[in-house]
Design a protein around this ligand. Structure first.
Ligand code: RB5
Length: 144
């Protein structure tokens, strides 16, 4: 199950991404907003909570730029959120950073690119090895 949420700036892009990923066979848990005004830190908390609890394996957050969502998500223990706007970074944030949440900007990306980036994010595995040590160091920073 993949958790997804947006603020009021991201509603149309979120719908497009859900339609694409559902068609590809992913099960999506849509946490809103469906249009009503929404403060992005609250949505980041909701979606990230589903990831840290294990109810959802990954999360997708969409706001106007993706930046506010990523700032908020990365304050949450256990979350490694990546702001994604190109295929290379999206692939490598899974391979090297084991990112568990992706953030995108609805005022930055079109629906075609955003949907493909989401698919890359959800289908690329973590490489482990030396990268695990660095993830452990991120976790240690979180616990300081
Ligand atoms: C909302 O207008 C906008 O500030 C928000 O969607 C986001 O871009 C913040 O980072």
């Amino acid at each position: 199950m993949i958790a997804i949420g947006c603020d009021h700036a991201g509603v149309e892009l979120k719908k497009a991404v859900i339609a694409y990923l559902t068609e590809k066979g992913f099960e999506m848990k849509d946490m809103g907003t469906d249009g009503e005004p929404c403060d992005y830190p609250n949505m980041a908390e909701t979606v990230c909570g589903l990831v840290t609890s294990g109810e959802c394996e990954k999360g997708i957050l969409i706001c106007g730029t993706g930046i506010g969502m990523s700032m908020a998500a990365n304050k949450i223990k256990g979350i490694r959120a990546a702001l994604c706007s190109d295929a290379f970074s999206t692939k490598y944030t899974r391979l090297h950073n084991d990112a568990n949440v992706m953030c995108m900007g609805a005022r930055v990306l079109g629906p075609g690119l955003a949907s493909e980036l989401a698919e890359i994010f959800l289908t690329t595995g973590f490489e482990g090895g030396r990268h695990q040590r660095r993830i452990d160091l991120i976790t240690a920073l979180e616990n300081k």
